[in-house]
Ligand binder design. Structure first.
Ligand code: UTP
Ligand code: MG
Length: 476
């Protein structure tokens, strides 16, 4: 934020006129001039406010005693979001959305850190429970929200979603619902539940009451009903119904086979088949190469890939690729890059810096592996995304190899890192909010009619006008 130009030093004497403390006549150096704090006296009391203002200034923060135009952060204690909004209305400050409305816990975290800390959701003002404990200056973590009334973006690319999911019982339920709608090819409802799951994954607290979700985006009636049921009953009857549904159960089994999607499942279901064993036993079925491998290594492929396995495979892939292209860059993408320690496959992105490209690289890699014992390439193909089942010792692991031209590397890295929902929202954000088209190769500005080059993921976020989100915060 550089809405204002702050002088390097502000005379505290002028601001604190009338106070008798000798300390307050000092000038403190402003170390952090890009934010201007105003501390609300309401429900805090004058003495405490003065103490906190002084503390902030001593630590190098710019703390204003009046609500001037330059204020960027308003800090309140024991006030709800709505109470502060109400108070602001009476101050004739114009558009109050320009302020960050923060709880005292943000301020105390800054004091402890000796620098401004990110104003993450947990510090945003919430509507509190009816009997708030007066928060201690030293225990900001006790300040759990009762209800978020702050702006949470509808786009997961504007939120941070780590693997720390406080709402698993809800998000698991939504994912079952989404999957069922996917099996029914109802994309709209499927997305509705995926978006809700993604939103709840980003919350820094567990939802325990309906009030907690008030004002949040991506929570439609269907979603709300399920949340309510889970809060009240501990489980959702709708979700239970789906889990017991014959069609859902059959599709769930069929799609767990590598190479089998919704269309094939539909066909098998219509033929009266219900289980993987029944499909396996039906010798009249024509299976694709991938499906054959899927059945052959079924047990191995449904068991998760561990991080240790991913690291071991990574060495094999790197060694093989470097036999042909010594300077090639081989990066693990997908879930493992987002910090997961298990996955259903291992995703690799390969690129070769410099002008030289090697269209034949994947063929060469596969050919080399074919010559090695213990490697089954029966499902290998060399399309851009290559699916293959590799047996290492006794376990088959699915590895996806993607090769990209060097100048598209950042776009490919962003796209293949996922999560799927994060990628979806990035593309939706680009298109709806920026009139740009994003894919795994490029970003096109429709207004300027140009392709935007990017040498890093950070640059792509910057082109989109988004704050950078680290890979481990993209678990939307
Ligand atoms: P995965 O399906 O492997 O997902 O695709 P994942 O996040 O790694 O999950 P697990 O841990 O294996 O179960 C990796 C990413 O590649 C992108 C998706 O964004 C996905 O998150 N992807 C996948 C594409 O861009 N295009 C595709 O055709 C497939
Ligand atoms: Mg993966």
């Amino acid at each position: 934020m550089d809405r204002f130009k702050a002088p390097a030093v502000i005379s505290q004497r002028k601001r604190q006129k009338g106070l008798h403390s000798p300390k307050l006549s000092c000038s403190y150096e402003i170390k952090f001039s890009n934010l201007v704090i105003f501390i609300l006296q309401r429900k805090m009391g004058r003495t405490r406010r003065m103490f906190l203002m002084e503390l902030g200034r001593r630590k190098g923060f710019r703390v204003e005693s009046e609500l001037s135009d330059s204020v960027t952060h308003i800090v309140a204690e024991n006030n709800s979001y709505l109470e502060v909004l109400d108070w602001l209305k009476g101050q004739a400050v114009g558009d109050s959305s320009r302020f960050e409305l923060l709880d005292i816990s943000w301020f105390t975290a800054c004091m402890e850190a000796g620098r401004p800390v990110d104003s993450e959701i947990k510090y945003h003002l919430m509507v509190r429970q009816e009997q708030p404990q007066s928060p201690s200056l030293n225990t900001p973590e006790l300040e759990m929200p009762a209800f978020i009334a702050t702006k949470v973006s509808q786009y997961s690319c504007q939120r941070k979603t780590t693997l720390n999911n406080y709402n698993k019982k809800f998000t698991d339920a939504f994912e079952v619902m989404a999957e069922n709608y996917e099996f029914k090819e109802n994309e709209i409802f499927c997305l509705e539940f995926l978006r809700a799951a993604s939103l709840l994954k980003s919350l820094p607290f567990s939802v325990t009451r309906m009030k907690d979700i008030q004002g949040l985006p991506c929570v439609g009636d269907q979603v709300r009903d399920i949340i309510e049921e889970i809060i009240e009953e501990g489980e959702s009857s709708r979700v239970k119904e789906v889990l017991n549904d014959e069609r859902y159960k059959a599709f769930k089994q069929f799609t767990s086979v590598f190479g089998v999607g919704v269309k094939t499942s539909e066909k098998w279901y219509r033929m009266g088949l219900r289980t993987v064993e029944e499909v396996k036993a039906d010798k009249t079925l024509k299976l694709s190469k991938m499906q054959k491998a899927g059945f052959l290594y079924y047990e191995d492929l449904v068991s998760c890939v561990s991080k240790a396995e991913a690291d071991a495979v990574s060495l094999i892939v790197k060694n093989t690729v470097c036999t042909f292209l010594p300077d090639a860059l081989v990066t693990i993408t997908g879930g493992f890059r987002r910090g997961k320690n298990i996955g259903h496959d291992i995703d690799f992105l390969i690129t070769n810096p410099g002008p030289r490209e090697d269209d034949e690289l994947l063929h060469k890699v596969i050919d080399l592996w074919k010559k090695q014992p213990g490697v089954d390439n029966s499902t290998c193909n060399t399309s851009e995304k290559l699916e293959m089942a590799e047996v290492k010792d006794w376990k088959a692991i699915r590895v996806d190899l993607v090769i990209t031209p060097f100048e598209q590397y950042s776009y490919a890295l962003l796209g293949w890192t996922g999560s799927r929902q994060f990628g979806r929202d990035l593309r939706r954000y680009a298109s709806h909010e920026r009139k740009m088209i994003l894919d795994n190769h490029a970003l096109y500005d429709r207004r300027k009619r140009i392709f935007l080059k990017a040498g890093s993921e950070e640059e792509i976020f910057a082109h989109l006008g988004l704050d950078y989100v680290e890979p481990w915060e993209r678990n939307a």
